[in-house]
Design a protein around this ligand. Structure first.
Ligand code: PLP
Length: 403
């Protein structure tokens, strides 16, 4: 928590390519410490013989939520291994700071609590969102009130008590994309939160378009291997302080082992995302040309997610049941390819009318493409789509804009 990558002795780098930052950000002090791999600090507490100094650091944290100077105090206040991941992710997203949480939902919860505590309980949001994010907003579980709109309706939906505008782009699971600059303009003074889980900073850096909060389910591409749950919000320091205070008070901290795995995940993020995206683009092309597929969704900015609807004659659950190499499982962003049926799983919790209204049809399948060979994946899909049927209309590719 007192980790400063630019502390004395560590030269502050000039602008570097994302691939370089992915490998080095959050690790700049290691050589000076005589280390190569980042240390994992599992301490829950830290000894201090100076209780006056510690009291002053706690007071300072209570005042503005800035990372306490000096030695760490307690694991819920901050952890040096987690701070390395935060520092690395902030660099990749191009923000001052990042605040890590136990999961993506814990991260969103903290944002909603911070804005609500400031008396700004109203949220404007664009569907589709990940099912549980939709649920959290729609139920008002945290005392917020939501107005659902489309990107063009954001300006009209904003009220004096609006504390947040929230979008996903590309959206889960339709991969609909939003013109982030246009939405930022519509937000006026209200901060825009972009869930950047699907794009990752490799394909899109929402802060460059003016988004003030960039949220990730770090469980997905940032970790990248399906073995760690985490969440993170990249933002300016003004918003980061209250997020750290809420994290401290509510306890949704990221475990240091998870922080270590996420930092390690960042180092291969650009390579993984680019390789999986190339395979996904090719699979989207083959699916689009296949008469057994009615509709394919693939974003303009690319990425490793492809959604599609089997044509009449093959039910989505039959495709799920027939895959052999691809794993039928919810979640995404791992090295192996996963497929799931949003209406049954990731978006089950959303009311069917709301689901359908935002383009999440009952026939839609969502696939997270991994790092396997493209022909092996195609062979599995080809088998899962079943025999070619007569007289089905040619598939339609859907690339692009939010409808
Ligand atoms: N945002 C998106 C786009 C997601 O897909 C998910 C989970 O699937 C979340 C947020 C929630 O993240 P977590 O499962 O880490 O709480």
């Amino acid at each position: 928590m007192d980790f400063d990558p630019y502390q004395e002795g560590a030269a502050a780098p000039g602008p570097r390519a994302l691939a370089t930052d992915a490998v080095h950000a959050g690790r700049e002090d290691l050589a000076g410490l005589g280390l190569h791999a980042p240390p994992i600090d599992l301490s829950t507490t830290y000894p201090s013989y100076d209780s006056r100094g510690e009291a002053a650091r706690i007071d300072a944290f209570a005042a503005d939520g800035a990372e306490p100077d000096g030695p760490p105090v307690y694991g819920r206040l901050g952890n040096p291994t987690v701070a390395r991941f935060e520092s690395g992710l902030a660099r990749l997203e191009g923000t001052d700071s990042a605040v890590a949480f136990a999961s993506g939902m814990a991260a969103l919860t903290a944002v909603l609590l911070v804005r609500g505590a400031a008396g700004l309980r109203h949220v404007v949001a664009v569907r589709p969102l990940y099912g549980c994010s939709d649920h959290l907003l729609n139920t008002g579980l945290l005392g917020t009130e939501v107005t659902w709109t489309d990107p063009a309706g954001v300006a009209d939906a904003v009220r004096p008590d609006t504390g947040l505008v929230m979008v996903e782009s590309p959206a889960n699971p339709t991969l609909a994309e939003i013109d982030l600059r246009a939405v930022v303009y519509s937000c006026g003074e209200v901060p825009l939160l972009v869930d950047n889980t699907f794009a990752t900073p490799v394909l899109q850096r929402p802060a460059e378009s003016g988004a003030r909060l960039v949220l990730h389910s770090a469980t997905k591409y940032l970790g990248g291997h399906g073995d760690v749950l985490g969440g993170v919000v990249a933002c300016d320091e003004e918003l980061a302080g209250p997020l750290r205070q809420v994290r401290f008070a509510t306890g949704g901290v990221l475990h240091p082992l998870a922080g270590y795995l996420l930092l390690r995940g960042l180092s291969t993020l650009p390579v993984r995302v680019r390789a999986a995206s190339a395979t996904a683009a090719e699979l989207a092309r083959r699916l689009t040309a296949d008469p057994r597929v009615a509709r394919v969704h693939y974003p303009r900015i690319g990425g490793a997610m492809v959604s599609f609807e089997p044509a009449a004659g093959r039910e989505p659950h039959e495709v799920i049941a027939a895959v052999r190499l691809i794993t039928p499982a919810v979640s995404l962003g791992s090295v192996d390819t996963l497929i799931q049926h949003p209406a049954s799983i990731s978006h089950r919790i959303v009311d069917p009318a709301d689901r359908h209204g935002s383009g999440v049809g009952d026939r839609l399948l969502r696939m997270s493409v991994g790092l396997e060979d493209v022909d092996d994946l195609w062979q599995d899909l080809d088998h899962a789509l079943g025999p070619v049927r007569e007289s089905v209309p040619a598939p339609r590719a859907v690339r692009g804009r939010h409808t």
